[in-house]
Ligand binder design. Structure first.
Ligand SMILES: *Cc1c(COP(=O)(O)O)cnc(C)c1O
Length: 450
């Protein structure tokens, strides 16, 4: 038998109500493999910290979400939300599954073109589209989702001398019973602003009104909010038909389904409390099918789901740097990844597993990142086995938003690898280097080192 590592004895204050003198069992299991690939081998080959994405899991998520909707509604189209994770390899997985692209800036729009997405399969959302962006989108026959009146007026001006009318939708915001309501994007439903905008689009005679869009929020934990959104969009679409004589070809319900992460402060884990994609699909599709559309005139249903499709396909591997006792006696473990690359640790209590065997001793501890910043807290409190410097850790469900919102600060941003369905490992983004970071810098002549 392998010799167990030595762990020095320690004295620990007992918490009343705990199971035994070692405290309650942490439930932690060593997590040694991702899709059959050994975690320690990944770190040895690509360094620590390291983001790992599972192609198998991404495809599985996409297919089950598509199945949830397409088995309940006749016409369904997903569009990958680029800002959730726009590494090109990730986008290409979604596109190969049939996903269109959903972009929210000129930068993302050009990225989608670069990924070979046909212009008429790019949905252009967001409050900031320049004149050049809009011209490009018009030339490519993309679906332009109007956010505000300035944009609507600009589009009308740009379309003055065009023979083909640009395809547009308006973004609608509304009260769906969740707080806070996202009323800063698009036009409001309840106060009639959305209807005014629709009338203006049609009255201009320059634009082709093809759809209605909403994105009511993110990590939404109630299915009924989506039911309300579907009902209100359907109502607008039916009024467009009867009052404005405009057929709305699609209703885009946006994204916002939760991933199975646990929100900070939640009493129970997300896996126990959150509705599934099937629950959301049931609610949305029921509302649309039971609205006043004739069955053969049901509009295409578009979904822009982001985090729910990728969060659990992403892992962050890291290494323990040190342990210490805080002044109040609490254990703290310092690791080599900080909140600058794991932005979502501000929102979630991320599940963290040791990547190697451990002894049964567990203790409540804080996990701190390597930044010289007090806010660099990965977990304020987590019950984990005692970890030693050099031990590896796996943070779960980090595929959404971290690889787009990560910030270069004090350290290099790490590499990202993809494990494909045959267990081959691909470096899809190399770690940063000093040259890369300084590439666009310029030191004026009089300040150059002599
Ligand atoms: C961010 C965003 C999405 C994706 O949101 P999730 O909550 O990650 O599903 C979809 N549509 C729009 C317009 C967005 O801004």
């Amino acid at each position: 038998m392998e010799k167990l590592p030595y762990e020095r004895p320690y004295i620990k204050r007992l918490t009343p109500g705990a199971m035994n003198k070692f405290g309650s069992h942490s439930g932690a299991q060593p997590f040694k493999h991702i899709d059959g690939v050994q975690v320690t081998n990944l770190i040895a080959a690509y360094g620590s910290p390291l983001f790992v994405l599972s192609e198998t899991q991404i495809r599985r998520n996409y297919r089950s979400a598509y199945r949830a909707f397409s088995t309940r509604y006749p016409k369904v189209q997903f569009a990958w939300s680029y800002k959730t994770n726009y590494l090109n390899a990730v986008c290409q997985i979604f596109h190969s599954e049939g996903s269109w692209a959903e972009v929210v800036s000129g930068f993302e729009y050009r990225k989608a073109l670069g990924n070979g997405v046909a212009g008429n399969k790019i949905i252009f959302n967001g409050p900031s589209k320049s004149k050049e962006d809009l011209m490009l989108a018009i030339e490519n026959d993309s679906l332009i989702h109007i956010d505000h009146l300035e944009e609507l007026n600009l589009l009308i001006t740009l379309s003055e001398n065009l023979t083909d009318k640009p395809r547009v939708a308006i973004r609608v915001n509304m009260d769906t019973g969740i707080f806070p309501a996202w009323d800063r994007f698009g036009f409001n439903y309840e106060n009639g602003e959305a209807w005014n905008a629709l009338t203006k689009v049609v009255a201009s005679g320059k634009l082709r009104l093809t759809g209605l869009h909403c994105h009511i929020g993110t990590y939404i934990q109630s299915t009924s909010a989506f039911g309300i959104a579907a009902t209100k969009l359907a109502d607008l679409a039916l009024r467009c038909k009867t009052v404005l004589d405009q057929t709305i070809e699609y209703l885009d319900l946006g994204g916002g389904f939760p991933s199975m992460n646990t929100l900070k402060g939640a009493y129970l884990p997300g896996t126990d409390t959150l509705p599934s994609i099937d629950d959301f699909a049931e609610e949305i599709c029921n509302k649309l099918i039971n609205s006043d559309f004739a069955p053969n005139e049901l509009p295409l249903l578009i979904l822009e789901s982001g985090r729910a499709l990728i969060d659990d396909a992403g892992y962050l591997l890291g290494t323990v740097l040190a342990n210490k006792r805080l002044a109040d006696g609490k254990r703290a473990t310092v690791v080599d990844f900080g909140v600058n690359i794991l932005f979502t640790s501000f929102w979630y209590d991320h599940q963290i597993s040791p990547a190697q065997d451990f002894s049964p001793h567990t203790e409540n501890m804080a996990i701190y990142g390597p930044l010289c910043m007090n806010i660099d807290v990965i977990r304020e409190n987590i019950n984990l086995p005692l970890l030693n410097p050099g031990d590896h850790l796996v943070v779960h469900k980090v595929g959404a938003y971290n690889m787009t919102q990560w910030m270069q600060f004090i350290t290099f941003r790490p590499a990202v690898v993809l494990i494909d369905e045959r267990q081959n490992i691909h470096l899809i983004k190399a770690a940063e280097t000093l040259d890369y970071i300084e590439e666009n810098e310029n030191v004026p002549g009089h300040l150059k080192a002599k």
